[in-house]
Every structure is written in C-alpha cells, then in structure tokens.
Write a protein that binds this ligand. Structure first.
Ligand SMILES: *Cc1c(COP(=O)(O)O)cnc(C)c1O
Length: 377
C-alpha cells in the first residue's frame, strides 16, 4: 500500500479536473483509497494466478460497501441545497436505503425510506434493525404504484411539517451525479496501478444492479486510460439493467462531467470494453442461487471475505465460472467487493424488531429462504 497523502485532501478525479469541484459538491463521508489485496488462496482454488480484490467493503468507518461513494455526491448536493431530509426507496433489506439513512444521520439529515417486499434473508433482518439505530422513517409499500403515490403524499406532508421538500434519491442511489463517485473510483484504481499496488487488471468483475457502480467505473476506466474490461454481472431483472439503459446512464454521467469541465473527455465505449453477464441472476432479485452460496462460502473459507448471496455472491460465481475456462489463468483479474464488511452486530444488540412498522416485522417471524437457512458462519 502506498501511503501518499493524496487522499482525503483531494479526490483523484478532482486533482485531474479541478473545475469539477466548483460544480459537484462532495461530502467526504468515507475512507479512501480503499485497499487492493491479492487473493492467492481463492485464486489458487479457481485457477487464477493473479486474482485481486478492491476492498470497497471498507469504504466507510461505520458502514462500508459501494453506496458510500455515491452518497458522497448525493449528500454533498443535499447539504449544498440545505435539505433537511432525504427520501429514498428500496427492497426491505436494501443496503442502499440503510447506507443512506446512516450517512444522512451523520450529517444531521433525516431519512424517509419507502420499502417494498423481497425474499427473506438474514441480512434483511440485520438491515432492518440497523434502521432502528439510524432512526429511519420507514414505510412499507405494497408495489411500485404505491411507492409513487406515497412519494407524492410524503413530499407534500414533509414540506408542510418542515418547510422544505425532502431531496429524493432514486432506487440504488443511482443518478448521473452519484455515478461520478465511481468515475473517481476508477481514477483511484489508476493511481494504485501506477503505484505498483497491482498490475493493470485485464478484467474487473462487479455486480450490476441500478448500474451506477458499473457505468461510473467503465466511464472512469476509459477517461483514466485503463484498458481494463468491465464485466458487469446482472443481479436484477433486465428491465432495470440492460445495455440500452447502461449506455444511457454512462452518457448522462459523461454529460454531467463535461458540463462541469469541458476538458473532461467524451467517452464512447466499444463493445469489447465491457460485457453484461446475464447467466448468474437465477430466478429473481435477492433469491440466492446454489452457485452464489458456494461462492460466498469459498470466499469466507479461503480469504475470510464476507460476501452475501444477492450481489457479490452472484458476481463471484460468474468470475469463478469464467476462470474455469482457463484463458484467464495468468491475467490480472480484479473482484470489486461492493458489500459492507464493517461489524454492525454491536449496534443492533439491544434493538427490538417489534418497533418496526407491522408489515416489516414479518421478516423476523417468517422463514428464511431455503438457501440462507443455515447456521451462521
Ligand atoms: C447496491 C449494491 C450493488 C449494486 O450496485 P449498483 O450501483 O446499484 O449497480 C452491488 N453490491 C451490493 C452489495 C449492493 O448493496
């Protein structure tokens, strides 16, 4: 690890394009750069001699994972606009809704989260309890139409109560402005390559959900001059994540950057700069697959990495499958860990799920999905 003092004083992206700072308000919430580490034991088992991990699971002191980089720009804007509250959405166990609530609290902002049902899992229970710690204003909505109605209602209601509309943050925290956090992450990775922390990756494997992480990274790879191929492993239905929406988000993010600083390059990815991998999604969002569970277990057993079955397990399952084809054996491959690994159990110890809204207590009373119903590791 290089310990130069280029962070947190100045984001690598801002250092390259200083004009961006004036237009893109940024709240320093996380701890960067996140480390890059070699995974010799996992690599050995799956046939990769140069496997690395980008530890975005350590991106925050209280709660890590990929949402912190987005929130630095989202909440930076909320603060500039003097918002008092943010309103966001997600599945019941949404890591995004939780990260938003936790970091909003850090900045003294309130958080409303409109949640929808999802398959039950242990991480859903943990995340819901942490919402009690974060004082999130939680509301359960039956379907997408109900989310729309409730949003309109709550915007008016909160305006009446507080004198201001809450700032609305979409599903997954993905907007073009938020994706700038991952353009910066690519510049951060370029620094680590230049410093000799790892060779230039031939491929990066990352989960594809609301797509802000992957689109920002690919835009950043191109702009920073990395020849890395982005492998985006789809973990949501393809009406939410597909090539057309992906390119649109990437272009909109590029537009935000070029409007803020015209010297930022226009990027137009070629078809072999990236691939959307569809085959590891399984039956639906947040339903663990046997391959994802096996990948989670293997990462824990070989390297002590703490992954989960909805995003990172499916991503590592894709990487493992591709490694089995043999042609990557000597190539540098980087697994981008997007899941939080900060210990949170001490925060939820005394919390009682009965304080949750009625519909959300169900997750503590109903059975776990079969593939998650195993003793805790
Ligand atoms: C939200 C999330 C993702 C997906 O990131 P997007 O930017 O929404 O594509 C991946 N992994 C984990 C653990 C997440 O919580």
């Amino acid at each position: 690890m290089s310990l130069e003092r280029w962070y947190p004083d100045m984001l690598p992206l801002f250092e390259q394009y200083p004009k961006l700072q004036d237009v893109l308000p940024h709240a320093p919430l996380g701890e960067f750069p996140t480390p890059v580490q070699r995974l010799p034991r996992l690599g050995g088992e799956i046939g990769l001699n140069q496997l690395f991990v980008k530890r975005d699971d350590l991106s925050g002191r209280i709660y890590g994972g990929n949402k912190v980089r987005k929130l630095e720009f989202l909440l930076g804007r909320a603060r500039r606009d003097q918002a008092r509250e943010v309103l966001t959405f997600g599945a019941a166990g949404s890591n995004h809704a939780l990260a938003t609530a936790l970091y909003a609290k850090e900045l003294g902002l309130g958080c409303l989260a409109l949640l929808m049902h999802q398959p039950n899992a242990k991480y859903v229970r943990k995340n819901l309890l942490l919402h009690l710690y974060a004082d999130t204003n939680l509301q359960l909505c039956r379907n997408a139409a109900a989310v729309g109605r409730r949003t309109a209602l709550q915007l008016m209601w909160r305006r009446l109560k507080t004198g201001k509309f809450p700032m609305v943050i979409p599903f997954g925290g993905t907007t073009p402005t938020a994706a700038v956090g991952f353009v910066n992450a690519a510049f951060e990775l370029k620094r680590q390559v230049d410093a000799g922390d790892l060779p230039e990756p031939a491929r990066v494997y990352v989960a594809l959900g609301s797509m802000g992480t992957a689109a920002g990274l690919l835009l950043g790879f191109k702009a920073a001059g990395l020849k890395t191929k982005l492998m985006a492993v789809r973990v949501v239905p393809d009406r939410f994540a597909n090539p057309k929406l992906f390119r649109q988000l990437l272009q909109n993010t590029n537009d935000v950057l070029r409007q803020a600083d015209p010297s930022f390059p226009q990027v137009d990815p070629e078809t072999d700069d990236y691939e959307i991998v569809h085959d590891f999604f399984g039956p639906n969002y947040a339903i663990f697959t046997p391959e994802s569970v096996r990948a989670v277990d293997r990462a824990a057993a070989t390297e002590g990495l703490s992954l989960e079955g909805t995003y990172t397990g499916k991503t590592l399952a894709a990487l493992t499958d591709h490694a089995g084809r043999g042609d990557l054996a000597e190539q540098p491959v980087l697994f981008w860990n997007t899941y939080n690994s900060r210990q949170i159990s001490h925060l939820i110890g005394g919390l009682d799920y009965h304080r949750l809204p009625k519909g959300l207590r169900l997750y503590f009373e109903a059975a776990l999905q079969p593939l998650d119903d195993r003793p805790d590791r």
